[in-house]
Design a binder for this molecule. Structure first.
Ligand code: KIV
Ligand code: ZN
Length: 525
């Protein structure tokens, strides 16, 4: 039997994924994700858009200097300043790639670029040539390719390959394509572009119509050799093609696609959790592959079938995506070795100091909760490694409330080693009261855009995981404030809420750097 052909996985969680509102990450968080992507064995890590901000530049440079075994890529528009800045960030990478993009669809040419076809082609060639003089590995993306006239798309792709592009990426920038159409575009490029065999054809699909994975698979069927995707499908608007879904579709249906990837699929769930926790963007329960219900068989008839032969209702094994279905439960009397063992099985490598601190937190949790599950241990580990410096950290609260009057809240936080407290009687419930107390104490006012609570594991004493999304209140009422997310975990859901709110407030306090958005800026030249 012929070996399946290998489709490259280009992960853009740190670039397009970071374009999800509120998903900005700091350097340490990006390094942690980059490290996880290496373990996952992705082929290319798009580490950022170096010209966007000094922070983006530093992250791309740090990842380029550290990562081994994967290509590290930086995004640039087709202009000299972007290209040179991208190269400055990437030059020390063992395998660097510059990713250039320029819009090609008629709507972008007319309204965004105000350039005609010839000017677009000339700019694309000049950009690729400049980048190719710096770096041997150049990817070119005709932005909004899926809405570009096919004749013009073929012309651009041929021109950039001639100029030295080694990968041509076909983005469905606005998530407009359908699978058959995407298949047709890739097939046409393969049939009509002279020299197409000198470049890898890639695909980059957005999920506005929920078709990103289907479109990417259709592109592979038509001969694409690289898929651009993100962990948990993060990304601009409705997001990008989800890495875990497209990878498992190829692996599970390799009989049909005759293609596979190099991904270590057992790392999919741990990587998904890591990204969810760093970005505080939780994965829906019913999300394919990594959602909590993805392998839960509820219906009696399914359970009966599963007990007789799991393949009756299961097309993938949970362990193949890194879901460990252990029933091992730890508790008050479990020792350090058992904890270290579980943490290791969950994918956390701990130094002796980290293990010691984890153990102390584990004991404190075991005093509040009888049975400690894997989800609890993962939550403790993630808190332990959470990289964000805290300007304000939670100490405690006291609360008195009733249904017929505003709550009275006393809140204590630590700021610069000093404990501060505030007391207020306000709010339309205990959580609102706690949030108002935090705002008063920190002097930071925000608009709460989202608030979610879910149980980390099962049982009435399960830890609550709270995520909040806050929008900064800008002095200029016509401009939108940045979105910041925060997450908090505790057996007490009010404490978890306070921690989540404080985590988001800490992000506001640390300030967001002004950033160029690759696709929203007018600065195409
Ligand atoms: O969606 C898009 O077009 C992009 C490009 C920069 C590749 O993200
Ligand atoms: Zn995109």
């Amino acid at each position: 039997m012929a070996l399946p052909r290998i489709v490259r996985i280009f992960d853009t969680t740190l670039r397009d994924g970071e374009q999800s509102p509120g998903a900005s990450m700091n350097l340490t968080e990006k390094m942690e994700i980059a490290h996880a992507l290496v373990q996952l064995n992705v082929d290319v890590i798009e580490a950022g858009f170096p010209i966007a901000s000094p922070g983006d530049f530093e992250s791309v440079r740090a990842i380029a200097q550290t990562v081994r075994g994967a290509t590290v890529c930086g995004l640039a528009r087709c202009n000299d300043a972007d290209i040179d800045r991208a190269w400055e960030a990437l030059e020390h990478a063992p395998q660097p790639r510059i990713h250039l993009f320029l819009a090609t669809s008629s709507i972008h040419r007319e309204f965004k670029l105000r350039m005609n076809e010839d000017e677009v082609v000339a700019r694309a060639i000049a950009g690729v040539q400049r980048a190719r003089n710096l770096c041997g590995d150049i990817e070119f993306s005709p932005e909004d390719a899926a809405r570009t006239e096919i004749d013009f798309l073929c012309r651009v792709v041929e021109a950039v390959i001639d100029a030295g592009a080694t990968t041509v990426n076909i983005p469905d920038t606005v998530g407009y394509a359908t699978p058959l159409q995407m298949h047709h575009v890739i097939k046409s490029l393969r049939e009509r572009v002279r020299g197409i065999e000198r470049a890898v054809i890639s695909v980059h699909c957005h999920d506005d119509l929920g078709l990103a994975v289907a479109n990417s698979l259709a592109a592979v069927e038509a001969g694409a050799g690289q898929i651009e995707c993100t962990i948990n499908g993060l990304g601009e608007r409705a997001g990008n093609c989800s890495l875990e879904e497209v990878v498992m579709a190829l692996r599970t249906r390799s009989d049909y696609y005759a293609a596979d990837t190099r991904i270590v699929t057992q790392k999919l769930v741990p990587t998904s959790r890591l990204v969810a926790n760093i970005t505080s963007i939780q994965v829906p329960r019913n999300k394919a592959i990594v959602g909590r219900n993805a392998f839960a068989h509820e219906a009696g008839i399914h359970q009966d079938g599963m007990l007789k032969e799991r393949r009756t209702y299961e097309i993938m094994r949970p362990e193949d995506v890194g879901l460990d279905r252990t029933d091992l439960v730890l508790g008050k009397h479990s020792g350090r070795a058992a904890l270290a063992d579980r943490a290791k099985a969950l994918g956390y490598q701990l130094s002796p100091e980290q293990l010691q601190s984890l153990f102390e937190r584990f004991k404190a949790l075991a005093d509040r909760k009888k049975e400690i599950y894997d989800g609890d241990i993962a939550a403790l580990c993630e808190h332990q490694f959470s990289a964000l410096p805290e300007r304000f950290s939670f100490v405690g609260y006291e609360l008195s409330c009733a249904s017929d009057r505003p709550p009275r809240v006393t809140l204590r936080v630590l700021q610069g080693g000093e404990e501060k407290s505030v007391e207020i009687t306000a709010g339309d419930g205990p959580i609102d009261g706690i949030f108002l107390a935090i705002e008063k104490l920190t002097g930071i006012t925000t608009i709460c855009r989202d608030f979610r609570v879910q149980a980390v594991t099962v049982g009435k004493d399960a830890q609550a995981e709270v995520t909040v999304e806050l929008q900064e209140v800008c002095p200029d009422p016509t401009s939108n404030g940045h979105i910041h997310r925060g997450r908090g975990v505790s057996t007490d859901s009010l404490e978890a809420s306070a921690k989540a709110f404080l985590a988001a407030v800490n992000r506001v306090a640390l300030g967001s750097q002004p950033k160029l958005h690759p696709q929203r800026t007018e600065l195409e030249s």
